[in-house]
Design a binder for this molecule. Structure first.
Ligand code: SF4
Length: 301
């Protein structure tokens, strides 16, 4: 395994490549990242990298986003079958229908979406900055796609605006149940409940704090507490546990895994670099429109 890690490092050097890794990836991939982070952090990185090749260990919409933000770079996704079911839940026709029904609304699209949907949007956002993007966009009415749970959380934080939801969701976060959190609270009554805003509204209501993945990392690192019940994908919990050895990181009763995020192995990364596969391309016309929405997203922390 060490040997494969070493070979990846050598190939990266030889090909002038950088490895961006999402927080939900498996541990062996997380530890060899040049940059490990959430969607917003990795998008910012992608827009600034100097290397010729970006290898993106994540899911397809992330590699597409990197390509839109860094069009002159070669962007590789090690597993072409690593998609995001939520990103594929909304079609262009459905978004256009919503826009026709609400012509006075602006569209804010979660970055977990296809390039086509981004191109049809006024702004993108991540879970870190969705509240700021919606609060600051120049409209009273917002069509928020595709995640209804994140949209609902944003609505609770920005009550002065009217949000039109779409019924998309992340199957991983949507699976976390209130009863599971309640069970954990009984077992660990002093542990704060920290939830990602992709969880259901009822689960948000049980949480002490609701934060994006980077927000959760910061919260645990800075907190004086020793135990935390964390309602999000298991990959992030593994990272937090690794980086906070004196603290106990507890999942919401049963750990939740995103099967797409777990597909990429060290071998896939090596093959991707070696054979320069699978190169992600975005149609120039779509990219030109989508980059405007992404630039709006990058204005906010
Ligand atoms: S965790 Fe959810 S939102 Fe993230 S890639 Fe998996 S299915 Fe998509």
């Amino acid at each position: 395994m060490d040997n494969l890690e070493q070979k990846i490092r050598e190939l990266k050097e030889k090909k002038n490549a950088v490895l961006l890794v999402h927080n939900y990836q498996v541990g062996e991939v997380q530890v060899i990242a040049d940059y490990l982070g959430d969607s917003l952090e990795l998008s910012r990185r992608a827009a600034q990298v100097e290397q010729d090749i970006i290898v993106f260990a994540g899911v397809k919409f992330m590699a597409e986003t990197a390509k839109i933000l860094a069009p002159s770079k070669k962007v590789l996704l090690p597993r072409l079958d690593a998609g995001c079911p939520m990103a594929d839940m909304i079609t262009l026709e459905e978004l256009r229908d919503l826009k026709a029904q609400h012509p006075d609304a602006k569209v804010v699209t979660y970055v977990n979406s296809t390039a086509e949907i981004k191109a049809e949007s006024d702004a993108c956002c991540t879970s870190s900055n969705a509240v700021s993007v919606v609060r600051n966009i120049d409209a009273k009415k917002i069509i928020f796609v595709p995640d209804r749970n994140l949209g609902s959380f944003v609505q609770s934080q920005v009550p002065e605006k009217e949000i039109i939801f779409f019924e998309g969701y992340c199957y991983v976060h949507n699976r976390i149940k209130v009863e599971e959190i309640e069970e954990m609270k009984k077992m660990y009554p002093n542990a704060p409940v920290v939830a990602h805003p992709e969880v259901k509204k009822e689960v948000v209501a049980t949480a002490d704090v609701v934060l994006s993945t980077s927000g959760i990392l910061k919260y645990v690192a800075e907190s004086k507490e020793k135990q935390f019940i964390i309602a999000t994908e298991q990959g992030l919990l593994d990272r937090i546990a690794r980086e906070n050895p004196g603290k106990e990181i507890l999942p919401a009763l049963k750990p939740k895994f995103c099967s797409n995020m777990k597909k990429t192995s060290l071998r896939d990364i090596y093959d991707s670099l070696d054979q320069e596969k699978y190169e992600i391309q975005v149609d120039a016309h779509i990219a030109k429109k989508a980059v405007k929405a992404l630039d709006e997203m990058l204005k906010y922390i």
